[in-house]
Design a binder for this molecule. Structure first.
Ligand SMILES: Cc1ncc(COP(=O)(O)O)c(C=O)c1O
Length: 416
């Protein structure tokens, strides 16, 4: 506990300065925002950069010959380069802008999966997937006749690697998994999962929506085929996301959506398509979101991804230790290994929505529900749970207030 408290006191970055960048902390009736896995807050720098884009660089990218069209195109090109550098992709062409992680994962389903899967093939996903990396694979299985199988969890809410090894075979054509659970905080050994998938010739799809905001990601080091994430979970605006894909695969697969800017030549009865990534970006793109994302990346790197990972881990460990002191509380979060800053729990005898509502009276914002993971909740034996999830702008004091408010829940609900 000493090391945790030391990290919370000396996070390795200027926490006060960071907090001054987030306007929501100036609201009257302070908000303790512990719902970062749903969406993070945005620092002023991101909002200002987007505002500047719409004020001074607003044209339709890739179209206008005029100065403002060129400015928007340049903003798009620079933002793509920033994302490529951030996740260390070999080429900027491997970065496809989408609306969010869900759309990025759907892109893989509608293109690679529908073109390549057939009856007898196996799709392997995990028990802890968000619906965004679950329902799309159900759809692919239903459309192609492939079988959908699941890697189960251990009693410590870790991915069961023995179960994985027992289920993967030459029939497995794709392993699609979350690198960090939005409910449990579980962070499986992504590199090892990919290595084993490759040994069996399976494609790998990483749902990194809850990983990229917290830990440095290097797609070349991971050697994944696809990796998806959302800007809004990492300080960027709602409505911008990324699909990374290896160029050799992207070059081979069909377009996702059809229309403007994704074509090369259009004849009466057929068309040829633009080079990657434009082949996958039909219609006018959200350049305001892209510049916001690029600025969010600058911000995260200024604070330092290592600082962020260590500080958030200390917040989560401290919170779990405090939750463990409370009676009649179930915690759904691994106690061993690397884990992300999301912790699900239930106050026995109190409905999660009642808990969240009472906490809201105290200004504490947490999530209640199934968090888009109904199959995981069935496995947990719960219809719903509460979830706290941290970002690097949260503090120990905020966790203390959250725990105090949980005591009030017990009083109000007369839980003894
Ligand atoms: C692990 C995980 N994957 C995918 C998603 C989908 O993200 P989005 O709603 O931004 O598409 C989420 C969102 O909560 C998530 O937590």
């Amino acid at each position: 506990m000493d090391a945790i408290l030391e990290k919370l006191t000396n996070p390795g970055f200027d926490l006060e300065k960071v907090r001054s960048d987030f306007a929501y902390l100036e609201l009257e009736g302070p908000i303790i925002y512990l719902d970062n896995a749903a969406t993070t807050q945005r620092p002023n720098q991101v909002i200002d950069r987007m505002s500047d884009f719409y004020r001074f660089e607003n044209g339709n990218p890739l179209r206008g010959a005029h100065r403002l069209g060129a400015a928007a195109t340049e903003a798009m090109v620079n933002s793509r380069a920033r994302v490529a550098k951030f996740i260390n992709s070999k080429s900027v062409r491997e970065i496809i802008f989408t609306r969010n992680a869900s759309e990025a994962l759907n892109l893989v389903t509608y293109t690679w999966a529908l073109d390549n899967l057939k009856p007898g093939d196996q799709i392997l996903i995990t028990r802890m997937e968000h619906h965004s990396n679950f329902v799309n694979w159900q759809f692919a299985a239903q459309k192609t006749g492939a079988e959908l199988s699941f890697i189960e969890l251990t009693s410590d809410y870790q991915l069961d690697m023995a179960d994985y090894k027992s289920k993967i075979s030459e029939r497995t054509k794709v392993v699609a998994f979350s690198a960090a659970s939005n409910v449990l905080g579980t962070m499986p050994d992504t590199r090892e999962i990919i290595k084993i998938a490759k040994q069996h010739g399976a494609l790998t799809v990483v749902d990194a929506a809850q990983l990229v905001p917290h830990i440095k990601v290097d797609v070349q080091d991971l050697d994944c085929d696809f990796l998806a994430f959302s800007g809004h979970k990492m300080l960027a605006p709602l409505g911008i996301g990324v699909l990374y894909g290896k160029a050799e695969i992207l070059n081979k697969i069909s377009p996702f959506q059809y229309g403007g800017e994704m074509i090369e030549y259009v004849e009466d009865q057929s068309s040829t398509y633009a080079e990657i990534p434009y082949k996958f970006e039909a219609g006018t793109q959200d350049v305001g979101g892209m510049v916001g994302l690029a600025t969010a990346i600058d911000y995260l790197e200024d604070v330092g991804l290592t600082n962020i990972a260590e500080y958030e881990a200390a917040l989560a460990d401290y919170c779990v230790a405090e939750l463990e002191q409370l009676p009649d509380l179930e915690i759904y979060h691994p106690r061993q290994g690397v884990k992300g800053p999301a912790i699900a729990f239930n106050v026995m005898g109190a409905h999660p929505h009642d808990v969240a509502t009472i906490l809201d009276y105290h200004g504490v914002a947490i999530r209640a529900g199934h968090h888009c993971t109904q199959p995981l909740h069935r496995y947990l034996g719960q219809n719903s749970t509460n979830r706290v999830s941290f970002a690097f702008y949260n503090t120990k004091q905020e966790i203390d207030l959250f725990i105090e408010a949980l005591h009030d829940v017990r009083d109000i609900m007369q839980l003894g």
